[in-house]
Design a protein around this ligand. Structure first.
Ligand code: HEM
Length: 443
């Protein structure tokens, strides 16, 4: 939320710096006194958790890269060397591999939170689109990182996914094959492919970090949405970011870290595939090639469609559609909590995503294919039909008059002013009276 700067440099050096490169002012205004809705729940802590995970992935990745060899002869062995011979190498490698899963877990929670509370709606469309861009970059980064292990699953995942581009041969004969060979840097997945995957896997997280800066910038113009979806009206609707949300984000990050550490220390390979401990062999195709769990719903969509090109288009469309959600949703209000009809479709959508995740890990035969088609159809119908139509016909429930009212109850806005206003900009507003009354335990 654009607000007047309240930063006061307290030393000579701070004054000197403030007129040259006012970073302390930026931090003070955007992360200390920044007004955040007072009713934010724990789902709003995942942005901070994601920021922490991004830093952790970059830090562990940089040290891993010091020991990794991006050659087809040594890649697999260099990872085993990291695990066995490098001091704390096992911890670095498991933290990075499990960290990727944690990153997607947190990102999916963060995205479903945005979907549920309508955080993509005006004025936050660009914030949402930047989030979608981050998601796309995350997918590319994780895919490239997984290939670096150069185990059987790595090698065959690269082979399957890069080969998807050959489906373009059915549009322009020869073009798909040319594109795939350009990506490979040869006539099959090999050393040049591994080299470029390594180079780009190192580069992309820094691009993600850059887009995250834009993402948070775009967030700080309108400010955060909140569980009611009602706009901030008075300053009593907000609390300063520090200490209220630094402590809440910090607590949630510690809880999340316990889950993360539990997996790293007790079940580091639980989310991975055992075949990736077999060195890559271009002459032996694994019986079932499956991606990591976080790609399974998209993989199910790819395989649900019998035609290769159409399957590829559907898979890319399932991500592309996220970018235009702000314009597909016709509802006047944001939060699903106040949308009695859409609510059912929303939970059905969550069930569909989980079902597609399950189906993506099964063999593409019989009933599995049938249900993959049913849930793929619903995935698209949710965005392309439900969102535009239900928004027009649904009568939303009554919204709270303000964020403060949603916290303190309807009587809050009619509570008498308890004290003479200290700060006219705050207490002269009706919500200020509520806050003062609440402080006295009367509201
Ligand atoms: C590296 C990944 C990401 C990082 C570090 C990140 C960071 C953040 C942070 C710090 C916030 C503010 C706190 C919060 O609301 O949780 C935020 C808000 C938001 N993010 Fe992200 N984000 C990431 C990915 C995404 C993705 C993939 C999407 C959606 C496709 C997304 C959509 C949003 C939206 C809509 C908000 C505003 C939420 C609201 O105010 O209700 N973000 N993000």
């Amino acid at each position: 939320m654009a607000h007047e700067s309240t930063y006061q440099p307290t030393s000579g050096f701070a004054r000197w710096l403030d007129s040259r490169l006012p970073i302390p002012r930026l931090v003070h205004d955007q992360f200390v006194v920044f007004p955040a809705p007072r009713n934010l729940n724990y789902l709003w802590t995942f942005g901070a958790i994601l920021s922490f995970l991004l830093v952790a992935q970059i830090a562990t990745g940089i040290v891993l890269a010091m020991h990794y060899q991006p050659t087809t002869a040594d890649a697999f062995n260099s990872i085993e060397k990291i695990m066995r011979d490098v001091n704390w190498g096992w911890l670095l490698r498991y933290a990075h591999a499990v960290g990727a899963s944690m990153f997607f877990l947190a990102a999916y929670i963060h995205m479903f939170r945005g979907l549920y509370y309508g955080s993509y709606k005006a004025p936050r469309e660009i914030l949402w689109i930047l989030g979608c861009l981050i998601f796309l970059l995350m997918i590319a980064t994780a895919f490239m990182g997984y290939s670096l292990v150069w185990g059987q699953m790595s090698f065959w995942a690269v082979t399957v996914i890069t080969n998807l581009f050959s489906s373009l041969d059915s549009v322009i004969p020869g073009f798909g094959t040319m594109l795939v060979q350009w990506i490979w840097g040869g006539f099959s997945v090999g050393e040049p492919t591994l080299n470029r995957l390594f180079s780009l896997h190192y580069l992309f997280p820094f691009i993600i970090a850059g887009v995250v800066v834009l993402h948070v910038w775009a967030l700080h113009i309108p400010g955060s949405n909140n569980p009611t979806g009602v706009d901030v009206k008075t300053s009593s609707d907000t609390l300063s970011f520090h200490p209220y949300f630094t402590i809440k984000d910090g607590f949630a990050a510690v809880m999340f870290f316990i889950l993360f550490a539990g997996l790293v220390f007790y079940a580091p390979n639980y989310l991975g595939h055992s075949d990736n401990y077999i060195p890559a062999d271009p002459l032996v195709t694994p019986a079932h090639i499956v991606p990591e769990w976080y790609f399974l719903p998209f993989y199910a969509i790819l395989r649900a469609i019998p035609d290769k090109l159409m399957g590829v288009i559907a898979m890319f469309a399932s991500i592309a559609v996220l970018f235009v959600i702000p314009w597909l949703d016709t509802s006047r209000i944001r939060s699903v909590s106040y949308r009695p009809i859409f609510k059912w479709f929303f939970w059905l959508f969550i069930i569909s995503c989980i079902a597609l995740g399950y189906l993506g890990a099964q063999v593409a035969e019989g009933w599995y294919v049938f249900f993959s088609r049913v849930f793929t159809a619903y995935y698209f119908a949710f965005f392309l039909l439900v969102m535009p139509i239900v928004g027009l016909i649904e009568k939303p429930k009554r919204l709270p008059g303000s964020i403060t009212e949603s916290v303190l109850g309807p009587q809050a806005s009619s509570a008498p002013v308890a004290k003479p206003p200290k700060d006219s900009s705050v207490d002269a507003m009706p919500g200020g009276a509520v806050a003062a009354a609440a402080a006295e335990g009367r509201a």
